[in-house]
Structure formats: C-alpha cells, structure tokens
Design a protein around this ligand. Structure first.
Ligand SMILES: *[C@@H]1O[C@H](CO)[C@@H](O)[C@H](O)[C@H]1NC(C)=O
Ligand SMILES: *[C@@H]1O[C@H](CO)[C@@H](O)[C@H](O)[C@H]1NC(C)=O
Ligand SMILES: *[C@@H]1O[C@H](CO)[C@@H](O)[C@H](O)[C@H]1NC(C)=O
Ligand SMILES: *[C@@H]1O[C@H](CO)[C@@H](O)[C@H](O)[C@H]1NC(C)=O
Ligand SMILES: *[C@@H]1O[C@H](CO)[C@@H](O)[C@H](O)[C@H]1NC(C)=O
Ligand SMILES: *[C@@H]1O[C@H](CO)[C@@H](O)[C@H](O)[C@H]1NC(C)=O
Ligand SMILES: *[C@@H]1O[C@H](CO)[C@@H](O)[C@H](O)[C@H]1NC(C)=O
Ligand SMILES: *[C@@H]1O[C@H](CO)[C@@H](O)[C@H](O)[C@H]1NC(C)=O
Ligand SMILES: *[C@@H]1O[C@H](CO)[C@@H](O)[C@H](O)[C@H]1NC(C)=O
Ligand SMILES: *[C@@H]1O[C@H](CO)[C@@H](O)[C@H](O)[C@H]1NC(C)=O
Ligand SMILES: *[C@@H]1O[C@H](CO)[C@@H](O)[C@H](O)[C@H]1NC(C)=O
Ligand SMILES: [Cu+2]
Length: 619
C-alpha cells in the first residue's frame, strides 16, 4: 500500500510538472531607479526592472534568450540552480558556453528540482550591475512552512551606481587605482527603487523572499519593532529561527515569515544599511541608511514618526548557527582538500588584482566545458584547462573540503556554482595586520557542527578563514568565486571540473550554443590555448600579467604614479585634479594611501630604482 502511494505521488508529480517558457531579450532602457539620476540600464523586453521568473518545483524552464544589446555580448546565469545533468545551461561565458553576440540567441532549457529563492543575472564580466538581474522563485506546495503564511512577497535589495560599468571598470582596473579601491555606490535600492512602501494587512503572515541582487555591499535589514522567522537561506529550508536583524551579502537570499500587528494605527520603518566596513571611503553625501516603509495605513504623515536609526547593529543574526530543516548531518572526512589563500596585489601593469594562491583568473581561449568535451581521456588532467583558469579536477562523489584563508582585509561573499556547501567553520574577523589562516591543529577551533548550515553563498570575514564541505555529486564545470563583481573582475575565481568523464557521457550541447561560438569565432575544441592537436601543449594560453620585480610595493606605485602625474602636468596634483572632476575612486586612492596632495611627495628611492620601464613609459 505504501509503495502504491509513493508511486501514485510520483505519477502525480510527473503529470503536474509542466514546461514554463519565457522570452527574454536584453535591451537598453532609460531608468531612474533611485530618483536621483536617469541613466541607461539593461532591461528585458524593453522594460526595467527585468521580470521575476516563477516555476513550480519539478517544472522544466525554457528561456529563449536574445541579446538585444547592440554593443556587447551577454549570457544568463541561474544563480543557485544546480543544473544537474545540464552543465551546458549554467551560463558563465567562456566557462559553460560562448558569449552570445549582439543580435544572437540561445535557448536555456533545464528542469528545476529544487525549492526556494534564487535569481538570475548576466554572467559576462561586469554586466549585471547595469541592471540585468532579476528574482527566480521556485514554488513548493510541500514546504513545511506552506501553511504558516497567507501571502508572499519578493524583495530584491541592491546598491546602485549612477555610472555605467563601462565607465567604472576601466577606472577601477587601472594603474591610477593601485590600491584596488572599489567604486562607491550612490544609493541602496529596495525593490529596485527607494522610499517605497510595502502595504500590509494586519493580523497576516507574509513570506518575504529577500534577495541581494547587488554586486558589492552587504546590507543590514531590519523592520522597526518587528521580529521575523528565517525559514530558508539560498534554497535550503531551515528550522525557523527568530531574528530582528540580518546581514545579507551580495547574492544571498533569506526567506522570512513576518506576522503583522493586529492594529493599523501606526506605520513602521524598514531599515537597510550598507556595511560601511566594505567602503574605502565614505563620501560626505552618501546615505549609508535607507528607509522604506511597512505600511499599515495610508496616513503618510505617520511615516515620519518612525525612526529606524535606533537599531543596534553590532549583532546581526549569525547564519552559521542556522539548522537545515532536512537535518543533513556533517559530511565525512574529506577525500580531497583544497586550501586557498585570498590576497590582493599589484602586478607588473600596476593594476590591483585578486588572487587565490597567487593566481588571478584569466579566461581560456575555449570555454572550459568544451575543453572537457573535446579532451577525451586528457579531460581528467587539470593541465589541459590552463594554469590561469585555476582549475581543480574533482572525482565523482568525493567529499570536497575547501579551506579559504583571507590574507585580505575585506569581506568576501563566496559563491559555488552547481552546489550548496556545508559551512563547518568560520572565524571571526582579525585585525588588518593579523591575518589568521585555518589551523586544523588549533585548540581554539570550535567543534564542527553535527548539522551544519548549508547555502550557496557564504561570506568570509576580514583576515579570517572558513571551512566548507560538499559532495561532488553533480558532474559539471563549476566556478567558485567572490560575488563582489569588482573582485570577480580582479580574478578571484577557481574552476572546478567535476567528474569530467561523466560530463562527457551526459552532456549534449545544443546546436544553438555551438552557433553562438561560430558567430564570434570562438574555438570550441582544444585545451585552454585552443590547441586540439596536443592537449598538453599550452603554448599561447592567455596568461596573467607578470608579477612586479621583488622589492616593488603597491605603496611605491602610488607614490610613483602621483609623482609622474605631477611631473608630467608640471604642477601640483591638486591643480591637475582641480581642473577635472575628482571622482570617488581617485579621491579614495589619495585618502587610502595617505598620498600628499602637493609636490613634496616622498618617493621611495628603492622603488624609483627598480622602476620598470613599462610602468614609467605608461606615464
Ligand atoms: C516567445 O516568442 C515567440 C516568437 O516570437 C512567440 O511565438 C511566443 O508566443 C513567445 N512566448 C512567450 C511565452 O512570450
Ligand atoms: C527618495 O527620496 C530622496 C530624498 O527625498 C529623493 O532625493 C529621491 O529622489 C527619492 N527617490 C525615489 C525613487 O523616490
Ligand atoms: C564578444 O566576444 C568575442 C569573443 O570573446 C570578443 O572577441 C568580442 O570582442 C566581444 N564583443 C564585445 C562587443 O565585447
Ligand atoms: C528542452 O529540452 C527537452 C528535453 O531535452 C526537449 O524535449 C525540448 O525539445 C527542449 N525544448 C527546447 C525549446 O529546446
Ligand atoms: C525541498 O522541499 C522538500 C519538500 O518540501 C523538502 O523535503 C526538502 O528538504 C527541501 N530541500 C531543501 C534543500 O531544503
Ligand atoms: C516591487 O515593485 C514592483 C513593481 O516594480 C511591484 O509590482 C511589487 O508589488 C513591489 N513589491 C513589493 C514587495 O512591494
Ligand atoms: C494584539 O497584539 C497585542 C501584542 O501582540 C496583544 O497583546 C493583544 O492581545 C492583541 N489583541 C488582540 C485583540 O488579539
Ligand atoms: C486582529 O485579530 C484580532 C483577533 O482575531 C481581532 O480582534 C482584531 O480586530 C484584528 N485586527 C484587525 C485590525 O483586523
Ligand atoms: C543609521 O542607522 C544606524 C542603525 O540604526 C544608526 O546607528 C545610525 O545612527 C544611522 N545613521 C544615520 C546617519 O542616520
Ligand atoms: C605566493 O607568493 C608568495 C610571494 O612570492 C609566496 O611567499 C607564497 O608562498 C605563494 N603562495 C602560494 C600558495 O604559492
Ligand atoms: C544530481 O543528481 C544525482 C542523480 O540524480 C543525485 O544523486 C545528486 O545528488 C544530484 N546532485 C545535486 C547537487 O543536486
Ligand atoms: Cu571579494
């Protein structure tokens, strides 16, 4: 009888699973999200913001994607969706597919067998912060909290820049920004706008899906005089946990249950605040706090009575202690451990890059998945993927442990494609001069949790460390990267090639995906250097810029850059900048590095002597 019921349920699931189709054409649109500056943004089907994609668990999603942008390539990544059996649908350009040229189209077609809150965004470098991102919701009637709420809301959070990425990126990745100071956003958006009101009914429980669709700052989120219950993080149902303040990094999601009050005599503030520790400089006119409203009644004058600035921000809810509802226990001791150090430094071109173990990701000539498919037995040899994709080959079903040590003073939200991971250790932050790598022998380590929290994006604290585990049960090519778009641009990426022989058996790249490559003359066979005669010959691979000569420091570059500018212009630096618009980035370099704004800057003699002609010539 029991097996009959199971069969019947399986049958019912099959008949109810449907195909959901969307046509998404990326297009330029004018918009003014924060009400302070109108600009060109990337919308979908001539509308911004892009639509929310909604499916039921078990559905097949078919997206007809057309790149309607006249001046750039594009692709779409489905953040948090495992693409189990469809590794060719994951989206990152030059990893699982070719970029899609202006005017070209590809179909994304995959089945969703997960629950929860996800999002989608462009996955070519530095594109989604221009607006090409949206929510992706998987409805699940069987969710344990399905009976615990009355209504559902989706609430995307992000930061917003008034300049386009194509203006910001060259300034960021520049000799003139040697400290790698990230551009400062102009505002925080809330549901892609500001000053907005969520109208609620009294005595009602809402499931609110919070998604940080931003590309840089983490946000604190709270609602004046309201607690809520966390029931899902990044697609993993959790035991209900009461919180009144959460910290949500770029790319993370939280589903919360919020029960409204039984009276409508007052409206309440919803507070969001940037994590200003992530900013190198806080311009005087930057509003770190934003206020939106939980509206119980339409008396707008009442809004000004609420004061969100009373929240103590020192102890946001720590996601480390969440317990997954499925109670999956800690995975066994790892079969394969990967230890990586995160650092940031200048290479020979003076630009500040980000590194895992001294490698900054440099894209291959052939998308890595296509190298897997064309390499035959060599696919199990990580050499064929090239040195600078930083590829690690994983064996099917191995337990993988990633130890991430932060030799940098920033907070980094790391995301793994194709999986969620167990977070079994995460240190507090340490001081700037005291980076503390994970020491498995240390008696200070807390015991690993029996039932670790799982999610697909987890933050590493400044100068701290964390230990993650997952089982390699999903053949594919999966990136592990910082989700701060600036740091992705700087190369903070690892590539996992998981179970390459199985990828070869189960992957059938569709003709339209091959055609996208042909459109742009991107080779589809061969190793990272596009050599298909000898997969072990990497001659001609794209390589990272070489390291600076020993003894040359980032501080030296700063001094040099500014002294060269002064010399070249023939006057003080202030005068030079006085004539132009002093941008955030430039102002930050000056402050961050304590560069003197006059002619008597101190130049380190050693630095001047070891100056490389390439650098000097640049000025
Ligand atoms: C998508 O576009 C095709 C061709 O223009 C059209 O036939 C189809 O109805 C559209 N589907 C949706 C879901 O909009
Ligand atoms: C929000 O309020 C600020 C301050 O009054 C204003 O400058 C801005 O234009 C408003 N934005 C929107 C989207 O209403
Ligand atoms: C699109 O991608 C191709 C192949 O990588 C590249 O050569 C081309 O410059 C890109 N186009 C644009 C507009 O960036
Ligand atoms: C999507 O994939 C399914 C299963 O492989 C296939 O039957 C279907 O034709 C595909 N649809 C499109 C529009 O490519
Ligand atoms: C997904 O939903 C099902 C049914 O509600 C549940 O059994 C399962 O544990 C959920 N998965 C996760 C990862 O939370
Ligand atoms: C978010 O904004 C959209 C319009 O872009 C609106 O339809 C939706 O109701 C808003 N969501 C909430 C939670 O207020
Ligand atoms: C309304 O809520 C308050 C605070 O939770 C509670 O003390 C009170 O009993 C409630 N009133 C009714 C009528 O349910
Ligand atoms: C909320 O529910 C309580 C108890 O059911 C009821 O007395 C009260 O009138 C309700 N309040 C509103 C504003 O509907
Ligand atoms: C911003 O909000 C925080 C938390 O409530 C508060 O401590 C701080 O004073 C606020 N800052 C401003 C400028 O309102
Ligand atoms: C990275 O480079 C530094 C300086 O050259 C060296 O000390 C360190 O061992 C390198 N780290 C790795 C993991 O190769
Ligand atoms: C992928 O599918 C296989 C077989 O159906 C399953 O064993 C595995 O757990 C799945 N992996 C993920 C990450 O969903
Ligand atoms: Cu980062």
């Amino acid at each position: 009888m029991k097996s009959f019921v199971v069969l019947l349920l399986a049958f019912m699931a099959m008949v109810s699973a449907k195909t959901v189709t969307y046509n998404l054409t990326a297009t330029w649109v004018q918009a003014n999200p924060d009400g302070c500056h109108e600009r060109r943004v990337i919308g979908v089907n001539n509308v911004w913001p892009p639509p929310t994609i909604e499916v039921d668990k078990g559905d097949t999603l078919v997206v007809h994607f057309t790149n309607g942008l006249d001046d750039r390539n594009s692709t779409i990544h489905w953040h948090g969706l495992y693409q189990n059996g469809t590794a060719d649908m994951d989206g990152p350009s030059m990893v699982s597919q070719c970029p899609v040229a202006p005017g070209a189209s590809v179909v994304y077609n995959f089945t969703v067998n997960q629950n929860g809150t996800y999002w989608y965004h462009a996955h070519v470098p530095s594109q989604y912060p221009d607006g090409f991102r949206g929510a992706f919701i998987v409805h699940d009637k069987e969710a344990y909290f399905a009976d615990m709420y009355d209504e559902e809301l989706v609430l995307p959070l992000s930061e917003w820049y008034h300049d386009e990425m194509q203006v910001l990126v060259p300034k960021f990745m520049s000799l003139y920004n040697p400290s790698g100071a990230e551009p400062i956003p102009q505002n925080l958006l809330f549901n892609e706008t500001m000053n907005s009101t969520i109208h609620v009914k009294p005595n009602t429980t809402y499931l609110i899906r919070l998604i940080n669709i931003g590309a840089f700052v983490s946000q604190y989120f709270w609602i004046e005089d309201h607690d809520f219950q966390i029931v899902e993080v990044d697609g993993v149902y959790t035991e209900p946990s009461t919180a009144d303040l959460i910290y949500i990094t770029a790319a993370q999601r939280y589903s919360i249950l919020l029960t409204t009050k039984n009276t409508t005599d007052k409206n309440y503030a919803i507070g969001t605040r940037m994590d200003d520790n992530m900013l190198d400089l806080i311009p005087e006119d930057l509003l770190l706090n934003q206020t939106n409203w939980l509206g119980y009644n339409d008396d707008k004058s009442d809004y000004h009575n609420a004061d969100p600035s009373l929240k103590d921000l020192t102890a946001p809810f720590d996601d480390f202690y969440l317990v997954p509802h499925d109670k999956q226990g800690i995975l066994p001791e790892p079969d394969h451990e990967i230890v990586v150090d995160v650092s940031m430094d200048n290479l020979d071109d003076g630009v500040n890059y980000a590194f895992f173990n001294n490698i900054t990701y440099t894209r291959p000539k052939v998308p890595t998945l296509y190298t897997v498919l064309s390499a035959g037995d060599d696919a199990t040899n990580s050499l064929v993927y090239g040195e600078f994709t930083h590829t690690v080959v994983l064996e099917h079903m191995d337990v993988i442990q990633i130890v991430v040590n932060n030799a940098d003073t920033g907070t980094h939200p790391f995301h793994l494609h194709g999986h969620e991971f167990q977070v079994i250790n995460r240190s507090p932050s340490y001081g700037d001069d005291d980076p503390t790598p994970y020491d498995p022998e240390s008696s200070d380590n807390p015991p690993f949790p029996d039932i670790p929290m799982r999610r697909d994006t987890v933050y590493l604290r400044p100068s701290g460390h964390m230990v993650l585990r997952f089982r390699a049960d999903n053949p594919g090519v999966w990136l592990f990267h910082c989700h701060i778009e600036w740091h992705l641009e700087q190369g903070l990426v690892l590539t996992f090639v998981e179970a390459p022989k199985i990828i070869q058996e189960q992957t059938n790249v569709r003709p339209d995906h091959w055609a996208a490559c042909a459109d742009l003359s991107v080779p589809t066979t061969g190793n990272a250097a596009a050599n298909s005669a000898n997969f072990l010959d990497l001659t001609g691979q794209n390589a990272q810029v070489i390291f600076l000569p020993a003894g040359f420091t980032a501080r030296g570059i700063v001094a040099l850059v500014f002294s060269c500018i002064s010399a070249f212009i023939g006057m003080g630096f202030i005068a030079w900048y006085g004539a132009s618009d002093l941008s955030n980035t430039e102002a930050k370099i000056i402050l961050k590095n304590g560069v003197e704004l006059n002619d008597d800057q101190e130049l380190d003699i050693q630095d001047t002597e070891t100056v490389n002609p390439h650098l000097a010539h640049h000025n």
